[in-house]
Design a protein around this ligand. Structure first.
Ligand SMILES: NC(=O)c1ccc[n+]([C@@H]2O[C@H](COP(=O)([O-])OP(=O)(O)OC[C@H]3O[C@@H](n4cnc5c(N)ncnc54)[C@H](OP(=O)(O)O)[C@@H]3O)[C@@H](O)[C@H]2O)c1
Length: 318
């Protein structure tokens, strides 16, 4: 066979592989968006759920949807007015379900928050765990104290792992058909300069969830990890305004959009990307490895830095 024919076969093979990869990826998304019926979590999984970060944004929208289906919810979030207001508001809206507010800091001492959550749920059969709490630290990695990075890892990743270990064991011991979800992020697919710890925590839970989903299947426990694109919520309330984030916000989803996708997809797929950014970056990551991408982005990074961060670095150096 001559070289030209060999190149032709090679290109053909690559084209077919690309098409198959895209079709395999997009088919479930299209099916879940256009065809699949919404699921009733009370009927499918049971009467009690734990939602972390349920006081605002995506977690609040998920809690409202659960309550609307007759699921009782333990709302785990920071001990602040947001939790109290959300708890009162949703309890008034859904008087026939029981909503429990569990005020804890998931970025702090794990024994303390685990004990509080265990006590709040000891008398009920929890069959739904929504690992959703998270926060975003933005800026150069070196410009934040180590304790803040550790708290970020604890809240975004380790708390989800600890709670999953605890409730997964309870579900298995009580022979419950359960559901555990993780709100990861599209930030997982790409290098995340100025949010390096955030990206790393999301990578951890995405990888953890995919592996656990395989183990959990034989126990009757559904595991699904979600990668939302930009969603309008309090997540960015205290972060500097990056141009790229401002641009992405133009295509942002509402927390209710995200909650609807969670209800359509949980237990039906292992991973669900939501929104154009998540889908586009997932596809891109199949063709460009993260090292090459990092090299490509490197010359532009300083121009993308949060306002004030470069000046602060200059001050330190002088
Ligand atoms: N918004 C987006 O564009 C986007 C995109 C992809 C993924 N996500 C992920 O979606 C999840 C929900 O975020 P969101 O957008 O709905 O933001 P949000 O409105 O800020 O909600 C975050 C929730 O987590 C709680 N929380 C934060 N730190 C906590 C801590 N240390 N201990 C206990 N609870 C804590 C918050 O409680 P308080 O309200 O009391 O602070 C709040 O209930 C996060 O994991 C986030 O990373 C968001």
């Amino acid at each position: 066979m001559d070289l030209a024919a060999l190149c032709g076969y090679f290109c053909c093979g690559c084209g077919i592989a690309c098409l198959l990869s895209v079709a395999l990826y997009l088919t479930p998304i299209i099916y879940l968006t256009l065809i699949a019926k919404p699921q009733d979590f009370r009927k499918k999984y049971g009467a009690w759920a734990v939602v972390t970060g349920g006081s605002s944004g995506i977690g609040k929208a998920v809690t409202r949807k659960l309550a609307s289906q007759g699921v009782n919810v333990c709302i785990v979030a920071l001990d602040d007015d947001l939790l109290r207001i959300t708890h009162t508001e949703l309890q008034k809206e859904f008087p026939s379900v029981e909503l429990r507010a569990v005020p804890v800091d998931l970025g702090s001492e794990p024994d303390a928050y685990m004990a509080k959550i265990a006590t709040a749920t000891e008398d009920v059969r929890v069959s739904i765990l929504i690992n959703n709490a998270g926060f975003l630290l933005m800026g150069f990695f070196d410009q934040r104290p180590m304790e803040q990075h550790i708290a970020n890892i604890e809240c975004n990743a380790l708390a989800a792992m600890r709670l999953t270990h605890y409730f997964y064991n309870r579900m298995v011991n009580q022979n419950i058909k359960g559901c555990i979800t993780f709100t990861s992020s599209a930030a997982f697919f790409m290098p995340a300069p100025f949010a390096s710890m955030y990206g790393a925590t999301k990578a951890m839970i995405s990888q953890f969830a995919v592996s656990l989903a395989l183990e959990a299947n034989s126990q009757g426990i559904d595991i699904t990890v979600f990668h939302p694109s930009y969603t309008h919520s309090n997540l960015y309330a205290k972060t500097p305004k990056l141009d790229v984030v401002t641009f992405l916000s133009k295509f942002g989803w509402t927390p209710e959009d995200v909650a609807n996708v969670i209800f359509a997809s949980a237990g039906r797929v292992v991973v669900r990307d939501m929104g154009v950014y998540a889908i586009a970056t997932n596809m891109l990551s199949r063709y460009i490895d993260s090292g090459s991408l990092a090299k490509f982005i490197m010359p532009f990074v300083e121009s993308m830095a949060p306002p004030g961060a470069i000046a602060e670095r200059g001050k330190k150096e002088n």
